[in-house]
Structures are given as structure tokens and as C-alpha cells.
Design a protein around this ligand. Structure first.
Ligand SMILES: [Mg+2]
Length: 171
């Protein structure tokens, strides 16, 4: 079938589409990953694991989740656009290595893949934003998981991006 002349093609939208959408990272279990051939996770920090700007202690469920993944042999690494200082603090609290100012969607994910030492086909990028986490993960050839953002306490810019994301996901 040939497209009608002048028809707008939406073929590029695959880049912005997550392979899976979940309400929380806690839904990602070793069994869920095994069923999809995933052996490593690249994790966004803000609004994926903890609320944006949150500086307190991580909830016990989150620590237990990280430990359950590691016990099952799943490799995890943080890839965040947050400042390096914030990333470092959360890396210590969660016991997970990572990089800040990662430059998602363009640079950080490839660095993360290198750290995991796994091919992109065995890695999932997990995050709450389509234009950084999902786009970056898809461009790198990884599986992509979009989670519901934890906090509504966000910058105006992010609010604008959310509106665009809702539009994209409806297409
Ligand atoms: Mg985020």
C-alpha cells in the first residue's frame, strides 16, 4: 500500500514509544525481566526511583527491590541528567553506581551500556520521560520501560514536556 501524496508519515514515532508502560519500577521483577531476555537495567533517578528534588532517605521497598534484582543477577546502573552531586548522593544511598549530567537522550545511555557490559538487546532503559529516557533508550537499541512519574512537583518545562508526551502516546 502506498501512502497518499501529502500524507504525513508518523513512522518516526517508534523512537518515542516505550516497549512497556508500568505504574512503578517495583513492578519490574526478575521474572518479568527474564521473560523478556533482559539482564541489565539503566535507571533514571528523578521521578522514576525517587521524587524530583527529594533529599530524604529511600523507602525500604526501593532498597529491597534493588537487592532482589542484584540477587537474581540483574545488573543495574543509574543514568541521570541530574547534577553529579545529587547523583552521587543517591548512588551511595541506593548502593547502585551511576552517572549524573548524563546528557540523555544523546550520550548517557551508551555510557551506561558500556558500564553494564551487555548488548543493548539485553538492557532496558527505565524512566519517566519520553523525550529523554524512552527516546534515548530506543535510539540506543535497548528495551524501554516508561513508568508513571512519582511526583507532580516539577519544573514548568517538564510540565510542558508532559503535555507533549500525552499527545505522542495518544497518536
Ligand atoms: Mg526522570
Amino acid at each position: 500500500m502506498t501512502p497518499h501524496s501529502g500524507e504525513v508519515t508518523l513512522d518516526y514515532l517508534w523512537m518515542l514509544r516505550p516497549k512497556a508502560q508500568l505504574s512503578s519500577v517495583l513492578e519490574i521483577t526478575p521474572q518479568w525481566l527474564e521473560a523478556r531476555g533482559i539482564k541489565g537495567l539503566l535507571l533514571d533517578l528523578d521521578n522514576t526511583l525517587v521524587p524530583y528534588k527529594f533529599k530524604g532517605e529511600p523507602p525500604e521497598e526501593l532498597i529491597a527491590w534493588v537487592k532482589s534484582l542484584e540477587a537474581a543477577g540483574i545488573r543495574v546502573f543509574l543514568v541521570s541528567n541530574a547534577r553529579r552531586k545529587r547523583l552521587k548522593a543517591w548512588s551511595a544511598k541506593l548502593g547502585v553506581e551511576g552517572i549524573g549530567l548524563a546528557g540523555k537522550p544523546w550520550f548517557g545511555i551508551r555510557k551506561g551500556l558500556k558500564q553494564l557490559g551487555l548488548p543493548p538487546s539485553q538492557v532496558a532503559m527505565v524512566g519517566d520521560q519520553v523525550f529523554t529516557d524512552v527516546l534515548g533508550g530506543n535510539l540506543a537499541g535497548a528495551y524501554t520501560i516508561l513508568v508513571t512519574p512519582i511526583s507532580q512537583n516539577e519544573l514548568d518545562y517538564t510540565r510542558l514536556v508532559r503535555r507533549l508526551e500525552r499527545l505522542i502516546l495518544k497518536l
